[in-house]
Design a protein around this ligand. Sequence first.
Ligand code: PBG
Length: 328
Amino acid sequence: MSQYPALRLRRTRVAAWSRRMYAENVLTPADLIWPMFVTEGEGEEPIAALPGVSRWCLKGIVEQARQARALGIPCVALFPNTPPALRSEDGREALNPDNLMCRAIREIKNAVPEVGVLTDVALDPYTSHGHDGIVDAGGYVRNDDTAAVLADQALVQADAGSDIVAPSDMMDGRIGLIRSALETNGHSNVQIMAYAAKYASGFYGPFRDAVGSSGLLKGDKKTYQMDPANAEEALREVSLDLSEGADSVMVKPGLPYLDIILRVKTAFEVPVFAYQVSGEYAMIEAAAAAGAGDRDGLVVETLMAFKRAGCSGVLTYHAPHAARLMGA
Ligand code: PBG
């Protein structure tokens, strides 16, 4: 029997004050992690594939971090565009304590210590073949050799002042190796955010342009990143990364994998972050430019979807814009 008209769910939606009062989730600037690209040289290089996003020189990146602080964004994520001459088969520039990434970490922590710095651990911005690790003669990314180098890379970043190291490579066993390298080298308070469920996705295209690896990449990343067909496997990845010492886990990309976010949150009750990746950003920008949707509305709605699914926060290129929309 219908309970209408006693029950009218539209009643609480009539007025703006009431909608606000009944909102089950809220977005604040503290939900945002702002990914930024750093480059050698001077000034700003707009990234064609990511309208509104630029690569910044060291001075510019510090200025961006100051903006993050002013907007109440707690953390920035750094990605380097390594000069081609420094890219090599084994990506050894990743271990140079004076590489672009380490200089950016030091300058930001020096100028804006209140802002958290998250750094990507993977070799793709440093390799001449664009893969995230050491490849063998057949082009296969060698797991254990790569994981060992990643532990060294994480240590170099922690020494430079990184607050959160974020391995995005999907090698098996790397979280444990990184955790013990950090513990035995005086970095017990450096966090690990594991890219735990990272899918072999078509949505990373603009990012690869931004870090300059798209023209270099040989083949694809399907032998290490996850198959979009799989969900149970994501739970196994998360379980392993947590048991090896991850402080938080990430699901990536974001919007096409909301089901994974919800399942991870429900199964493990740990902090989960989503990466709304470059292709998702570009899709929203393209829709807005084509008049197919309102940019501000799409930004807020997609970010709210992550909160609703259970995320503690979201890495998004829309971070500064979103923070302003939230009144920052
Ligand atoms: C690589 C890495 C990628 C992204 C973050 N770290 C790309 C890839 O796996 O090829 C993608 C982020 C984005 O698309 O915004 N280790």
